[in-house]
Design a protein around this ligand. Structure first.
Ligand code: AMP
Ligand code: GLY
Length: 433
């Protein structure tokens, strides 16, 4: 079976790596791929925002299955186009991807279907923002641009005045470059964040795993937001009861609602949760695998990933149980100097062979390319150093950081505290002893 993977980041490297393990997969092609993916799959350079080229690649390659990694091609309707041409493709249609591509749609959808989420107001003018802000009792308010904004469209405000200013900057275009016509004001929630992933086939939602991401650049979750500096996945993140509740009350409820509205959801539903004292609430939906959560999650997955995609496309997810290895897995991102601000590409990467010698680990490439025969940096997030251990998170972290020690490129930065929220209580116990 020939599989085409669309995308070129660490998530797609993990998808290619997992697909290559499947006995029935004979060939994997990746568009555009990256310097690391090229070692495992034929890569076809292209721009994932260019629908016509994506379609042309599918027509030329004739894959038996296409798997879409990033949100951008989903948002421009790659799944609709490929389905129309008779291809098998795993991922949501443009209409179903609105759960991620429009925050206003997602909030209104959740309200229509009784899915727990923060109180909110959708606003289309600054006058409406001022009026709606009066209804928010607490001073802290979150302002969110409606559309995809690569993590930059969410502003946490500690006063209503700040929220009004952020909204003004969104409407004027000063904040995101483009003028926003719609935004969401949201009650500020406190609690632990949890990413919950479910496989959906249009009718059924099947739980996969939970993971925790580290979005801020700095240790202790400080500094500006990034695409994600590391993630870990353990069974302990979620009790079996919580897993059951999230599957039923969030994922299945979403799948039922989307089906009832005539836009069935096929793909990975990534539920970004805040575990508040009032109960779990949805912060956002993504309609795809997370990056870097996928690198960590797939390293623990025992189920053949091909079976997962096929069950999604064929509508047979109810017959599938997603099995994960016991223990923990972790992905630590090595990023370019200056990230998430201005970066310089083309730095030579060394030490990957030494890192590869560590058992139960793998270095997934995010932003790398091969230039004049050398592997060099080509993006903000460069590598995802990933490891798993049946002995738990601390052991998985020790492996990942021992791999990290061997790797270097000019300006390389990484967080040394991935998993700290899970590890800190353990450390306190040790300190007391
Ligand atoms: P989103 O893209 O909506 O997930 O927002 C990005 C990040 O902003 C989340 O991962 C949270 O850390 C934070 N965030 C979003 N909405 C809220 C909220 N209502 N209360 C507190 N933090 C939030
Ligand atoms: N790690 C967050 C995301 O993929 O959106």
């Amino acid at each position: 079976m020939k599989v085409l993977v669309i995308g070129g980041g660490g998530r797609e490297h993990a998808l290619v790596w997992a697909l290559k393990k499947s006995e029935r997969v004979t060939e994997v092609v990746c568009a555009p791929g990256n310097g690391g993916i090229a070692a495992q799959a034929r890569c076809i350079p292209m721009d994932v925002a260019d629908l016509a080229s994506l379609v042309a690649i599918a027509e030329q390659e004739k894959p038996d299955l296409t798997v879409v990694g990033p949100e951008l091609p989903l948002s421009i309707g790659i799944v609709d186009e490929l389905k129309r041409l008779g291809f098998k493709v795993f991922g949501p249609t443009q209409a179903a991807a609105k759960l991620e591509t429009s925050k206003a749609f997602a909030k209104e959808f959740m309200q229509r279907h009784g899915i727990p989420t923060a109180a909110y107001a959708v606003c289309t003018s600054i006058e409406q923002v001022r009026e709606e802000l009066l209804k928010f009792e607490a001073p802290a308010v979150v302002v969110k641009a409606d559309g995809l904004a690569a993590g930059k469209g969410v502003v946490m405000c500690s006063t209503h005045a700040e929220a009004e200013a952020a909204a003004e900057e969104m409407f004027s275009g000063a904040l995101l470059g483009a003028v926003q016509t719609e935004l969401v004001l949201e009650e500020f929630l406190e609690g632990e964040e949890l990413s919950f992933f479910a496989l959906c086939d249009g009718t059924h939602a099947i739980p996969m795993a939970a993971a925790q991401d580290h979005k801020r650049i700095g240790e202790g979750d400080t500094g500006p937001n990034t695409g994600g500096m590391g993630a870990y996945s353990t069974d302990g993140l979620m009790t079996p009861a919580m897993r059951g509740w999230l599957t039923k009350e969030v994922a299945q409820q979403t799948v039922d609602g989307m089906r009832a509205e005539g836009t069935p959801f096929v793909g990975i539903l990534f539920c970004g949760m805040m575990m508040t004292p009032r109960g779990p609430m949805v912060l956002e939906f993504n309609t795809r695998f997370g990056d870097p959560e996928t690198q960590a999650m797939l390293m623990r997955m025992e189920t053949d990933v091909l079976e997962l995609f096929e069950a999604g496309v064929d509508g047979t997810a109810d017959t599938l149980v997603v099995r994960m290895k016991e223990g923990a897995s972790v992905c630590v991102i090595a990023a370019s100097g200056g990230y998430p601000g201005k970066i310089e590409n083309g730095k030579i990467i060394s030490g990957l062979d030494e890192a590869a010698a560590v058992a139960d680990g793998f270095v997934f490439h995010s932003g790398t390319t091969v230039k004049d025969g050398a592997l060099v940096t080509a993006g903000g997030r460069v590598l995802g150093i990933t490891a798993m251990s049946e002995n738990g998170l601390e052991d998985a972290l020790a492996k990942a950081y021992s791999m990290m020690e061997k790797i270097s490129f000019e300006g390389m930065q990484f967080r040394r505290d991935i998993g700290w929220r899970a590890i800190r209580p353990m450390l306190q116990v040790v300190e007391r002893e």
